[in-house]
Write a protein that binds this ligand. Sequence first.
Ligand code: ZN
Length: 189
Amino acid sequence: MDLASSSANPNFSSPTMGGSITSSTTPTAAASSPSSTPSRYENQKRRDWNTFCQYLRNHRPPLSLPMCSGAHVLEFLRYLDQFGKTKVHNQTCPFFGLPNPPAPCPCPLRQAWGSLDALIGRLRAAYEEHGGRPEGNPFGARAVRIYLREVRDFQAKARGVSYEKKRKRPKPKATSTPQAAPPPDSGAG
Ligand SMILES: [Zn+2]
C-alpha cells in the first residue's frame, strides 16, 4: 500500500520558521527635534542660499539682500537655466510635446520646473531665517509665482508630460442614494 500523497514541492516553505513579527511601538525620532545633524533639506537649503548670496555679490550693479525684489529672483532663475539638464523643446521643434524624442535637437537645456519650484521654496524659507521679513520676501513675490506657473505649463506642453496632480473629483452630494427612480412614463399626447 502506498500513500500517494508525496507531492514533492521543492519551493515549499514551511511555516514553522515562525519569526514573530514584532512591531516596535516605541516612538521613534520625534518629528521636530532640533537635532545637531542637519537634514538633507537643511543642507540643500544652505547651499541654495549660498548660491543666491554669491549671485548677489557678483551682480552688476551690486545687489544687497534688502534690495532684492521678485524681478531679481526671476533674473536668478533664468541665470540658473544655463546649468539645467532638462531638454525643453521650443514650440517650433518637431519634437515639441514628445516625451521621448527619437533624435537630438538643438533645443536648450533648462532647469526643470520641479527643481525651480523646490528651490524657491527653500530660498523663501532661508530668506526669513536670515532675518528677512515675510512681507518683503522676494521669493514669495507674485511675479515669481506667476513665472513658476508659466514654466510648469510650458514644460508640460513641451515635454508631453502632465504635472496635474491626482485630484479627488468633488462630489456634489456624497449621500448614498440607492437608485434613481426610473423616469416617469410620459404619456404621449
Ligand atoms: Zn527640440
